[in-house]
Design a protein around this ligand. Structure first.
Ligand code: MN3
Length: 198
């Protein structure tokens, strides 16, 4: 059963002006779609083809002979997770248990934003910044290229894609402005809270 490109959880222009429909026309319809196509091609005649996406990511992580499958499978998973990490009218502050855990881990929500932005801006080259839970504790991490908390036994709560293709059409080289817009206007704290409980 081949994998399919999942639809966006909102209209392609729903996050404007912070992320444009033009960006989605490349990032979702071309980049994300290419990872799905590549993965399906690489899985032909592989015993992994019957596994779930999550199982494939976990089974191929750290295996140099399966780097192609890992990279494409992880990028399919990471992008689907990223689209849900944003929503129209997002940003602002989380509430409830998630807010309490952020305060406990980082001191305050402002301090969290500072550290998250720092991780996203200092990821050298292509990659991702994440809010994760590990051992009951919230942490901020960054991963290079396709790497993902899913491969490390960590629970991902929220992510921002900092590959240049994520922001270049709207922000050109200004990655800090993109990450700021993500935190102020796009971050989907309902999704992060659901992941924390899940
Ligand atoms: Mn991307």
């Amino acid at each position: 059963m081949a994998f399919e490109l999942p639809p966006l959880p909102y209209a392609a222009n729903a996050l404007e002006p912070h992320m444009s429909a033009n960006t989605f026309s490349f990032h979702h319809a071309k980049h994300h779609n290419a990872y799905v196509t590549n993965l399906n091609n690489l899985l032909k005649d592989s015993p992994l083809a019957s596994k779930s996406l999550e199982e494939i990511v976990k089974a191929t992580a750290g295996d140099a002979s399966k780097a192609g499958i890992f990279n494409n499978a992880a990028q399919v998973w990471n992008h689907t997770f990223f689209w849900s990490s944003m929503k129209p009218g997002g940003g602002g502050k989380p509430a409830g248990e998630l807010a309490a855990k952020i305060d406990a881990a980082f001191g305050s929500f402002d301090k969290f934003k500072e550290e998250f932005k720092n991780a996203a801006v200092t990821q050298f080259g292509s990659g991702w910044a994440w809010l994760i839970e590990e051992g009951g504790q919230l942490k901020i991490t960054k991963t290079g290229n396709a790497d993902t908390p899913l491969a490390k036994g960590q629970k991902a709560l929220l992510t921002v894609d900092v590959w240049e293709h994520a922001y270049y059409l709207d922000y050109q080289n200004r990655r800090p402005d993109f990450v700021q817009a993500f935190l102020d206007h796009l971050a989907n704290w309902d999704f992060a809270a659901k992941n924390l409980k899940g």
